[in-house]
Design a protein. Structure first.
Length: 401
């Protein structure tokens, strides 16, 4: 039963950045526990955009910016994928003039505007005592900024890339690699039927966990990751060797979207940048496929080998969460409430070496979390090392940051 004897304050919760399975279970966990502990919970829509867009007038209905959350609301969505609060890639300290809300256009006329004063005023207007931000390093980096300004922020890590520092696990990662393994195995039937090389592009801007772990699990023969610039000749030769030794005459490589050819830059789908300065990645799989086919004759007695090319993209981030992405968000949400009940803030809830914990929130901006290639990636063989698993965490390489 809710604790109705004493109202303990108001908690705001938002989800920012890309959607992943597990966000709704996290929202549900925070909300139900908070209500039962005597808090009011406000769901902030579209990540930081909802707080930026809020008009400080209590007579207005602003369902596009926020809503009061109840057990009934969150119970209906708690087992589903995506985020019912919606999301955006909004950075309040860097809002382009065209994206400034209409009611603020006369006050912010620069090409790029810092609307942090509006965020602070809107938090006060909504009476939010604690802010729970669920997101990746971009969303949480702004949470770090607010924390330095005195806002009581609790951060929950989520990203399919699993690259938020301070935690072994980020919401969405398990479902991502589960789907990657499943879909890669499904695509094998076509690759084997036509005796081709299969190239699959997966997520991973700066960190190669989403390519390396499925490869380690047997989904692919090779993988190329952002942490190591590879030579197409080396990759092609290895894949042709794999194809030759396979009774069905095919081989598979997973390509991180942020992977780079030797002496070349990342491949981008578009030139435009989001508010965090990121251009949309995409297309490296197409280039790898074309270059493998063009190079293959050198290692196959003068005969080219056809290539099947597939970008998994949003297929790994849609749909319902798997078991881990149902359990970990529940635990993270309850960890966040424990911190609030203990009057603690400026923390990132975390999972390290198999144990739930919390760390200072500024770890998000203090270091980068990437694959340690000396320990886990065989640069000559373009695949993981398969050794020294003793005392490693569940996902093996994610405690090194």
């Amino acid at each position: 039963m809710p604790n109705l004897k004493r109202k303990k304050g108001t908690i705001g919760i938002l989800t920012g950045g890309g959607d992943v399975p597990g966000l709704n279970p996290a929202i549900r966990a925070v909300t139900i526990r908070a209500i039962r502990e005597g808090f009011r919970v406000i769901g902030l829509r579209r990540g930081w955009k909802g707080l930026v867009s809020c008009i400080r007038d209590k007579k207005l209905h602003q369902e596009d910016c926020y809503q009061i959350l109840t057990e009934e609301i969150v119970n209906k969505v708690g087992r589903t994928g995506g985020t019912f609060l919606h999301t955006s890639r909004t950075l309040p300290s860097h809002i382009p003039k065209n994206d400034v809300p209409d009611h603020l256009q006369d006050r912010y006329g620069d090409k790029i505007n810092d609307l942090t004063p509006e965020i602070l005023a809107n938090l006060d207007f909504l009476g939010i005592d604690y802010l729970v931000a669920v997101g990746g390093d971009d969303t949480l980096s702004y949470g770090v900024h607010l924390s330095t300004l005195g806002v009581k922020v609790i951060a929950i890590p989520k990203t399919m890339d699993n690259d938020v520092p301070g935690t072994d696990y980020c919401i969405g990662f398990s479902t991502c690699i589960t789907r990657t393994i499943e879909m890669t195995h499904s695509l094998r039937t076509t690759a084997g039927s036509h005796e081709r090389i299969l190239v699959i592009e997966v997520f991973g801007r700066y960190a190669g966990f989403t390519a390396l772990l499925p490869t380690m699990a047997g989904a692919a023969n090779r993988c190329v990751i952002p942490e190591y610039c590879f030579r197409i000749e080396d990759l092609t030769e290895l894949l042709i060797q794999d194809r030759f030794t396979n009774p069905s005459h095919y081989s598979v490589v997973l390509v991180s979207e942020g992977a780079r050819f030797d002496n070349e830059k990342m491949v981008f789908e578009k030139d435009e940048r989001d508010q965090y300065g990121h251009r949309k990645l995409g297309g490296i799989g197409d280039l790898v496929s074309a270059r493998i086919m063009a190079t293959s004759a050198r290692f196959n007695r003068g005969r080219k080998i056809n290539v099947i090319n597939q970008r998994l993209g949003y297929l790994v981030r849609c749909g319902n969460p798997d078991a881990i992405d149902s359990i970990a968000p529940m635990a993270f949400g309850n960890l966040a409430l424990n911190l609030i009940l203990n009057h603690s803030h400026g923390r990132l809830v975390s999972l390290r070496n198999g144990r739930y914990d919390d760390v200072p929130i500024d770890v998000v901006t203090s270091i980068k979390k990437v694959v340690d290639i000396e320990k886990y990636y065989n640069c000559k063989r373009l695949r993981p090392y398969y050794e020294s698993f003793e005392a490693k965490p569940l996902f093996i390489m994610t405690s090194d940051y």
